[in-house]
Design a protein around this ligand. Sequence first.
Ligand code: PEP
Length: 254
Amino acid sequence: MNNRYVIANWKMNLSLNESVQLAKKINIRLMKEIWRRQVVICPDFLSLSSLSLAFSKSKLNLGAQNVFWQEQGSYTGEVSIKNLNQLNVNTIILGHSERRTILKESSEMINKKLKLVLKYNLNPIVCIGENKEIRDKGRERSFLKKQLKETLIDIRLKKNQEIIIAYEPIWAIGTGKNMPAKEVKNMLNYIKEEIANLYNKNIANEKFVFIYGGSVDTSNIKSLAKYSDIQGVLVGGASLKLNSFIKICKNILE
Ligand code: PEP
């Protein structure tokens, strides 16, 4: 089985000082765990530089919450992959639903970003997921199929590259309404089948990793961890609390 992952998405929740303090504490708590290489911390952009220093000797991974699709140039307010690379960021979240909905990012934009992330040999986490309205109409599968197809157009993976697909139903993000573990497993299996249709079964098995996000916390992590098809979790709110986050990591990675 591919490695499992725990991704912490701190969004825009912490001050610079709070980010550094939390990162240092996580670092100390995970120092001796061999699975710490499977943990990725994604702070806001302004904290990356300080966290890069804090993590310089540990094996914790540093991730970014977004990137622009051009390498450099006149793109006011955008974030350069070259600079992320220099800060030892090795993982990038693409297409988080908050960016898709609030910032109007399209699958076409995410596709361009994905190509650049792979060109730089960084690890992409591609987020997909339906909103409540789509789920209420029972159209989540066709919606996810379309999102996957559009996001993965012309994406080819080189040796040693993989894509993490984070299935994050929008109605479950930050709401406390998490999806039952068995249903998460079924949805991830469906997504894997669709990837196999777009590529083939071998590629779906070996080059893609399927994780879940949406109100993951200490109360539901055990049931999610039981299913080997759930290859990790993307955690928002609960990743901001030291003890909860460590517990989540232990439950799914140990
Ligand atoms: C997220 O930010 O992607 C997320 C899943 O948040 P939360 O865990 O708070 O639902």
